[in-house]
Design a protein around this ligand. Sequence first.
Ligand code: FES
Length: 110
Amino acid sequence: MTMAWVDVCAAEGIDAEDVLRFDYEDRTYALYRTEDNRYFATDGLCTHARVHLADGFVSGTTIECPKHNGRFDVTNGKAKGAPATVDLGCYPVEVRDGRVRISLSSEGTG
Ligand code: FES
């Protein structure tokens, strides 16, 4: 398994206190920008019933799932509110030259 920085979007391509869906190699991720312009990335599907968190609402550093209103902390993926009880995976993010990049693993087929 190799870790690689993957370009997602322009830093200004996502609004403050918002979330963006990002698909890469058959997986879906969610990229968040907080009110104070920090960026975080988690798995994109809710751990409860696998709907897209990018369709949910960001409030502070919390993402609320659009289906059953489960909540997660976007800074560390921790489940914060029922019925979501399983944490999301989260991924390193950096902003360089005005672009947001996520560090993701690229798995081989062996
Ligand atoms: S699908 Fe997200 S809380 Fe149920």
